[in-house]
Design a protein around this ligand. Sequence first.
Ligand SMILES: Cc1cc2nc3c(=O)[nH]c(=O)nc-3n(C[C@H](O)[C@H](O)[C@H](O)COP(=O)(O)O)c2cc1C
Length: 363
Amino acid sequence: MHIGSFSLANNLFAAPMAGVTDRPFRQLCKQLGAGYAVSEMVTSRRDLWDSLKTSRRANHDGEPGPIAVQIAGTHPQDMAAAARYNIERGAQIIDINLGCPAKKVCNAWAGSALMQNEPLAIAIAQAVVAACAPLNVPVTLKMRTGWSAQNKNAVALACAFEQAGVQMLSVHGRTREQGYSGMAEYATVAQVKAAVKIPVVANGDIDSPEKARAVLAATGADAVMIGRAAQGRPWIFREVAHYLATGSHLAPPLVAEVTRLLLAHLDDHYQLYGEYTGVRSARKHIGWYVQGWPGGDGFRRHMNTLTNSAAQMQSLGAYLADLSQRMERIPAAQHRLAAQGNLSGSIDGQAATQPLSDLVMSV
Ligand SMILES: Cc1cc2nc3c(=O)[nH]c(=O)nc-3n(C[C@H](O)[C@H](O)[C@H](O)COP(=O)(O)O)c2cc1C
């Protein structure tokens, strides 16, 4: 799989998730089998470029390439400037965000709201490509299936984006109107794939190796992108890779390995965010990790009372040491998402579920 001149390790992508897929988490996903990971979105607003939040989002220290930065905004020339700014800071691929329904983004008519304004969306793609092409930086774009059930314009837009020089499209199988409710559908993703020659990435509700394989087969997509199911389970990428290669399931990770990975993740996290913010933002990752593990709920509540990194590390280490006395591998319950078809950590708390039979029939 290629994006421009970049050859990717495989076709399993980590989805960009603001507040989640920071550099430490992306690195972990890549280490555990993701062939590609896009950064959290960076705004095109110049006044925010020097903010601590944006500088953390633009941090790629030690990250294996290609470095892909996602930009969000509403004005073609601002987006072009944002692309150049991020390229100067190490971006090797620029991704345009037309997929995120977050209010903060959509109130300003950015993200998936732009799908309603096709001329503006196309002008943005053209301006960003014009800024990136002379620097030999590929431009990719992430979108939804459309604005609403009555306005599924992903296919028309995909053709226009390809024409504008966009080199890869990721499609989340929901409309803007759906937010994260209901189920992702893949028929529109398949239509996009059939309509363009550039690589297409299928996204939405992929939470198990079986579902990844079914979505690839049903859509003909070149790659799959996994978001919420990787929260607290970054090893899902190697599980999917193993299943796609062999048709059999990889055993759950050893508690000893998970201990090493989680403590290293936390350490990296504190280094990026500093003590105060790091301790607070680490809580959600820890909560996702221990979800469904023995004593996990109580441990998560206890973790939320700790206010310094040393105590968090010590407490997590003790919890995992105790777990290792009881079991060699993390519980198979960690794979409950696949069994139930549910997703963890959905934004609005609504589980997105689709039986595989429906999935295949819906295409
Ligand atoms: C917490 C969170 C933050 C997100 N932030 C972004 C973002 O910055 N840019 C973007 O294009 N999509 C964003 N998304 C959407 C995801 O990339 C993905 O399209 C969506 O979660 C569906 O995939 P999934 O079902 O595998 O999670 C976000 C999703 C979540 C849950």
